[in-house]
Design a protein around this ligand. Structure first.
Ligand code: ADP
Length: 416
């Protein structure tokens, strides 16, 4: 048994015995018993009262008492001290966290579930022109009134970052949900990186344009020379002609990539009957393939909005690849996609397939699984980079499923 409780019982029993003896000898046993018990109850009320007063400001000195009350004060005092220590430790951690996030060069804003500002650092204050005085508690999309930003906040699709221009600065912004319905908005300045990207893009575009003219002249002369009937020169000239044509294709594709990169969205958007698109590319594929493959189509009525010419390029690049990377006689299927989640189109082949580690790199420029086969088949390594770019401009995505030796399915998915 606890020592304090034992002491309390001892006090109680001794007191009780004392009053019993006095009661017995005075001849008023009941009176002295009730008097003694009332004294004990009054003592406890007195202590209860002292305890409630002390609890309202526990920082004060602990009242001195005896018995079980002493133990109660002692335990409560310890609990209070432990709590104070933990609180001090926690607020030191919070202060350290706030100091380090303040020092971060990245803008950081804490938002609650209603996207109201709870906290921000100095970089965020500068980037978004926030005021420490009245902007706490304001909805972030009431303060940053850019339509793309407002839509991003509203749609709550925070998987992809958002790039936008704010106060003449190009920024990249991410929102990460955390804790109990809170959000962490992070943003950093990418103006310099964007400038470099533009320089690189302009350089490739200019270089490709500059190379096009001399190449056309070379090709023209080559054709003229081929008319000279010299057996010794026939083969080398044919090779030179082939390589010149290859260079021409690469340049054309580089130019079309830089054209796509120069704007975020296609100029003309219209409703496109995907069935018709499949039909057109199917006819082209039949005549290009000269019956070497078994090309099939599967068409359902489905409509998407996009740029007709660009989407035709996407589908014909996929079909060209299916023909390139599958054996003669094998089946290639061009199909529409129409389900609850997506609309779109795709191409399936039973060709060489692609192993897992290559799949995520296919859309990089000049990335080829088998460069020899690609070159031999007239590939440039740019086809899927163009496909990806066009799909990005349409907010659509490319899905690739493939197994080496079994074939591949390339699907272009447009959200419903
Ligand atoms: P390429 O001009 O070399 O075909 P792409 O950008 O179109 O360039 O494709 C990149 C690479 O992806 C190709 O070199 C090839 O290795 C692989 N690839 C593309 N489509 C297929 C396919 N249907 N089957 C197998 N491999 C493919």
């Amino acid at each position: 048994m606890n020592a304090a409780l034992r002491q309390e019982i001892e006090i109680f029993v001794t007191g009780l015995l004392l009053f019993l003896v006095v009661g017995f000898f005075s001849g008023h046993l009941a009176f002295w018993l009730i008097f003694g018990l009332s004294l004990y109850v009054a003592w406890n009320f007195y202590n209860l009262n002292r305890l409630t007063r002390w609890l309202s400001s526990p920082a004060k000195q602990v009242p001195e008492t005896i018995g079980v009350w002493d133990e109660v004060y002692y335990q409560l005092h310890h609990l209070y001290q432990r709590q104070r220590k933990a609180k001090r430790k926690l607020s030191a951690i919070v202060t350290r966290f706030q100091e380090s996030t303040q020092a971060l060069p990245y803008a950081t804003i804490v938002l609650n579930k209603d996207k109201e500002i709870k906290w921000f650092n100095n970089a965020a204050k500068k980037m978004f022109n926030l005021s420490s005085g009245h902007d706490f508690g304001q909805r972030i999309d009431n303060l940053v009134r850019l339509p793309r930003f407002m839509n991003y906040i509203k749609n709550e699709k925070y998987g992809d970052p958002l790039e936008l221009e704010i106060n003449q600065q190009q920024i990249r912004l991410t929102i990460t949900p955390y804790g109990n319905g809170q959000y962490l908005l992070g943003a950093h300045d990418i103006t310099q990186r964007k400038k470099l990207e533009t320089m690189r893009r302009d350089f490739i575009a200019n270089a490709s344009h500059e190379l096009r003219t001399p190449l056309t002249v070379i090709s023209g002369y080559l054709e003229a020379i081929q008319e000279v009937k010299d057996e010794k020169l026939r083969l080398p000239l044919e090779r030179i002609q082939e390589q010149a044509e290859r260079m021409q294709t690469i340049l054309e594709e580089l130019i079309s990539l830089s054209r796509l990169e120069s704007s975020d969205e296609p100029e003309e958007i219209e409703e496109i009957n995907v069935g018709q698109l499949v039909e057109t590319v199917y006819q082209e594929a039949i005549s290009m393939d000269k019956s070497q493959h078994n090309i099939e189509k599967q068409v359902e009525p489905v409509v998407i909005s996009g740029n007709r010419e660009e989407l035709r390029t996407v589908l014909s690049n996929l079909v060209t690849n299916a023909i390139r990377y599958s054996d003669e006689g094998s089946t290639i299927k061009i199909f529409t996609i129409n389900n609850d989640a997506y609309a779109g189109f795709g191409v399936e082949d039973k060709g060489v397939g692609i192993s897992y580690e290559h799949i995520h790199r296919l859309t990089e420029r000049f990335y080829r699984v088998d460069p020899g086969r690609s070159r031999e088949q007239g590939g440039t390594g740019l086809g899927l980079a163009i496909v990806k770019h066009i799909l990005d401009r349409h907010n659509a995505r490319l899905s690739v499923k493939s197994k080496p030796g079994e074939g591949s399915v390339f699907e272009c998915l447009f959200d419903r």
